[in-house]
Design a protein around this ligand. Sequence first.
Ligand SMILES: [Zn+2]
Length: 207
Amino acid sequence: MVGGHYNRGVTGKALIIVDVQYDFCEGGSLAVAGGTDVADRLAAALCDEDFLGHYDLLVTTQDWHIDPGEHFAAEGEEPDFRVSWPVHCVAESSGARIIAALDDEVARVHAIPVVRVFKGHYSAAYSGFEGVTDDEERLLDSLRAHGITDVDIVGIATDYCVKQTAVHAAEAGLRTTVLKDFCVGIDADAVASLNAHGFADAGIAVR
Ligand SMILES: [Zn+2]
């Protein structure tokens, strides 16, 4: 049922929800303050038919680490929170699950297809475009198969995985928008700079 109730001609729009996982929310091993609020706002939005009616496809991404090498700080060493991080989002662990309030709403979406993407199995992967579905389909191939030309990107963290996913989307020629009220970042200055000009400089709209 691609297209839902709308005839949009040659355009198709996806909502990409990036990494709204327990380890990135309050109480998680790599908690981003405000993550739980973002999950709640997104869960409420998915209940709203007017909001969901804008989209032809819903995508979720999850950090899904098996052995990501230097992405995890070595045992006994401090993570630098730039390249090396505390252990987080280990595949199949509770910390890698999408926040239940949001995941339940994702599971209730039937008006449009839902694609779940997993990334970072054996190396760092900040962008959802580095991820694959359970059928090993890459995100860009999945978007193309669904006729997607436009993407709205939301989630955690604005200055890492949201940014990299948006940059790759724009580089792939997709009309790309970051919905800032549905995002939260790690470094407030970095987020302010991205919203002020960094995203625009990369050809990404912010609203
Ligand atoms: Zn990671």
